[in-house]
Design a protein around this ligand. Structure first.
Ligand SMILES: Cc1cc2nc3c(=O)[nH]c(=O)nc-3n(C[C@H](O)[C@H](O)[C@H](O)COP(=O)(O)OP(=O)(O)OC[C@H]3O[C@@H](n4cnc5c(N)ncnc54)[C@H](O)[C@@H]3O)c2cc1C
Length: 422
C-alpha cells in the first residue's frame, strides 16, 4: 500500500535524540514532517514491566549485549540524563562546526550540575570516597528541569527526546508508531521515500511506502547501518564498529537513606580512555539490570547496594555480518582496560564501606562507527545517495561517550542545512 505520496518535505526514521531533534527543528521551520518510529507511544510509566517491555538487547559479540529502547524518544526514555559537551575539535576536523548549536542548546535546555538534595545518597557517598582516594571525580551537567523538583526527585524532570517529538507533533508533524522501516526507496541515485512494516495488531502487519523529498535515517547505532545496507549504500561498517565495553561493580552498603534520586552523573577518566563513574541508578533500571544478570535476590536490595560503572573506549573492529548481526571479539587490551577500571571501582567501593563486592558480565554501552563522516557521509551527513542523510549514534566518532548532547547538536546542525534546500 502506498501512503501520503510526496506529501512530506522530510521523513525521519527513528525518534531518539538524533531523529527527534531534526524533526522538531524542521517542524518549527514549517516543514511537513513524517516521523516513523519502530516502538510504541505509551506514556513512560517507570514500572518494571513497562520498562522491560520497551528495552531491547542487541548482541555485539560473544555474550556481549548492548541495551537500547524501542519507543518514542528512543533510548533517552531510560537514560540517566548525564551530558558531556560534544568534542568540537574532532567535528571541526570532519568539516562540521557545532559551536553555535551547542550555544543554542545551552540556552534552550535545562543543563546544570545538580545540587546534592537531588542526588542519591549512594552517589554522594561514592563521591566522598573517590575524592578521599585522590581521584578527580567530576560532576557533569544533567538534562534535568530542576523547576519540576520543588518537592525533590522526580524522574519526569529529566529531558528526553520524547519532549522534542511532542513539540514536532504540536507543530504539525505526523508520528506513526510501530512502523519499522525496512529500507530507503532509491531512484536514479536519489532517495525518494521509505518502505516500512506497520504492526497493526500483535499478529497483523502490513508493508507500506511513504514518500518525501528528504529521508533522515536516525534509527540508532545498531539499526541505521542495517537500513542503509539494505538500501544499497556500499561499504557500511567496512572498518567494523566500536561498542565501548563496560562492566558494573557493586557492593553491599548499610546506613544509607532509602529513596530515589538522580545518579550516574559523575566520575573520572583514567589513562585517557577508562571511564569510572557513579553507577547508582534509579530503582526500576537497577532491578532490570540485576534480573538480567541473574541476581534475583539482589534486585530487591536497591538501597543496600552501591555501584560503580566502568566503560572503556576501544578501536574499530569486527563487522556487520550478512545475517544483520554485529560481531566483534574484544582484544586483550580491551580486557586489560576493563580490569584496570574494575580495580579502581573495587577500591572506591571498599573505601566507601561497601562489602561483598561483585561485578556484572561485560556489556556494551554504545554502538557507533559503522557509518563514518568523510567516508560514508559528507559534511551535510548525506550519503552517496542524494537526499539520504543519517543523524544518530552510528555516525559518532570513537571519542564520543555520553552521546545525547552531541546528538542534539548534530540534529540542529543537520536541520539548518536541510531547511536551506527544502
Ligand atoms: C541505561 C542507559 C543509560 C544511558 N545514559 C545516558 C546518559 O546519561 N547520557 C547520555 O548522553 N547517554 C546515555 N545513554 C545513551 C543514549 O541514550 C543513547 O546513546 C542515545 O539515545 C542514542 O541516540 P540515537 O538517536 O542514536 O538512538 P536511540 O535513542 O536508540 O533512538 C533510535 C530510535 O529509532 C527507533 N528505530 C530503530 N529501528 C527502527 C526502524 N527500523 N524503523 C523505525 N524506527 C526505528 C528506535 O525504536 C528508537 O526509538 C544511556 C543508554 C542506556 C542504555
Amino acid at each position: 500500500m502506498v501512503v501520503n505520496n510526496t506529501e512530506f518535505d522530510a521523513i525521519v526514521v527513528g525518534s531518539g535524540p538524533g531523529g527527534a531533534t531534526v524533526a522538531r527543528e524542521l517542524s518549527k521551520r514549517g516543514k511537513r514532517l513524517l516521523i516513523l518510529e519502530r516502538g510504541g507511544n505509551a506514556p513512560l510509566k517507570g514500572s518494571l514491566l513497562a520498562t522491560a517491555s520497551i528495552v531491547d538487547a542487541v548482541s555485539v559479540g560473544d555474550n556481549v549485549l548492548m541495551g537500547r529502547t524501542l519507543t518514542t524518544g528512543g533510548t533517552t526514555s531510560v537514560y540517566f540524563g548525564a551530558t558531556v559537551p560534544p568534542p568540537l575539535e574532532t567535528f571541526l576536523a570532519l568539516g562540521i562546526d557545532l559551536s553555535r548549536e551547542l550555544d543554542d542548546v545551552e540556552r534552550e535546555l535545562p543543563l546544570a550540575v545538580l545540587p546534592d538534595e537531588l542526588l542519591r545518597p549512594h552517589s554522594i557517598r561514592l563521591r566522598e570516597s573517590a575524592t578521599a582516594l585522590g581521584y578527580d571525580w567530576v560532576q557533569s551537567k544533567m538534562l534535568v528541569d530542576q523547576s519540576k523538583c520543588a518537592s525533590g526527585y522526580t524522574p519526569e524532570a529529566r529531558w528526553t527526546a520524547r519532549n522534542y517529538v511532542q513539540e514536532a507533533v504540536e507543530k504539525g508533524a505526523t508520528l506513526i508508531n510501530r512502523a519499522r522501516v525496512l529500507k530507503v526507496l532509491v531512484e536514479k541515485g536519489r532517495a525518494i521515500g521509505v518502505e516500512y512494516e506497520l504492526q497493526k495488531t500483535k499478529k497483523e502487519s502490513e508493508i507500506r511506502q511513504a514518500f518525501g523529498t528528504k529521508v533522515i535515517v536516525a534509527a540508532g547505532g545498531a539499526a541505521s547501518p542495517i537500513i542503509l545496507r539494505k538500501s544499497g549504500i556500499r561499504n557500511v561498517a567496512d572498518r567494523g564498529f566500536y561498542c565501548h565495553p563496560s562492566v558494573m561493580v557493586f557492593g553491599t552498603i548499610s546506613g544509607l537513606k532509602r529513596g530515589d534520586g538522580f545518579g550516574a552523573s559523575m566520575g573520572t577518566l583514567i589513562d585517557g580512555d577508562i571511564h569510572v563513574g557513579d553507577g547508582n541508578f534509579a530503582r526500576t533500571l537497577y532491578q532490570l539490570f540485576m534480573l538480567a544478570n541473574h541476581r534475583w535476590f539482589r534486585a530487591f536490595l536497591h538501597s543496600k547496594t552501591i555501584g560503580v560503572g566502568v566503560m572503556v573506549r576501544e578501536g574499530l573492529g569486527g563487522g556487520l555480518q550478512e545475517n544483520d548481526r554485529y560481531y566483534k571479539e574484544l582484544t586483550k587490551e580491551d580486557f586489560r582496560k576493563l580490569e584496570k577500571g574494575e580495580e579502581v571501582a573495587r577500591q572506591i567501593i571498599r573505601h566507601a564501606g561497601g562489602k561483598n563486592i561483585f561485578k556484572s558480565v561485560v556489556g556494551a554501552s554504545h554502538l557507533g562507527g559503522a557509518i563514518r563522516i568523510k567516508e560514508h557521509l559528507d559534511e551535510n551527513l548525506e550519503t552517496e545517495c542524494s537526499n539520504l542523510h543519517v543523524c544518530d549514534g552510528s555516525v559518532l566518532p570513537e571519542n564520543v561517550n555520553t552521546p545525547t548532547l552531541t546528538l542534539i547538536c548534530l540534529g540542529k546542525y543537520l536541520a539548518k542545512r536541510l531547511s536551506r534546500s527544502l
